[in-house]
Design a protein around this ligand. Structure first.
Ligand code: ZN
Length: 136
């Protein structure tokens, strides 16, 4: 099972609203046990595209974040971004850019009044799987 901390999910929602109408992005960090994945903390990154339809994470910030995450004895579980006007599922571009089937992709949609967050994995054939996740 996959768990994400409620406060961290709230941080993603706040960031997405602050950066609206652009997409926001960042890393999901935490740890994996034999059975479970725990998302403990998010790392906010800059969307250098400044776009509502796509995002690119600032490379320098990515390196710094990976270092910080290691220093806190966590690992990068995946990344997240927001969809200001579209549903919480990977776009064609998201699928095209998904290069690692072990990475989890979080997508927060602000399309409706109530934000919707889902986690996905995307395999090498670009098949998308929606993963169940518990907010705790
Ligand atoms: Zn997307």
């Amino acid at each position: 099972m996959i768990y994400i901390k409620k406060l961290q999910l709230q941080h993603i929602i706040d960031q997405a609203k602050n950066e609206f109408p652009n997409e926001c992005c960042g890393f999901l960090a935490g740890y994996k046990s034999e059975q479970d994945i725990h998302i403990e903390k998010i790392w906010v990154l800059t969307n250098i595209d400044k776009s509502s339809e796509h995002f690119s994470m600032d490379t320098k910030e990515q390196f710094a974040a990976v270092k910080d995450i290691r220093n806190e004895d966590m690992i990068v579980i995946g990344n997240y971004h927001s969809h200001p006007y579209s549903p919480s599922r990977p776009s064609e571009e998201d699928k095209r850019l998904a290069y690692d089937s072990t990475v989890l992709y979080g997508i927060l949609s602000l399309e409706k009044e109530e934000p919707v967050f889902n986690l996905f994995s995307i395999n090498k054939d670009k098949k998308v799987e929606k993963l169940e996740c518990i907010v705790d």
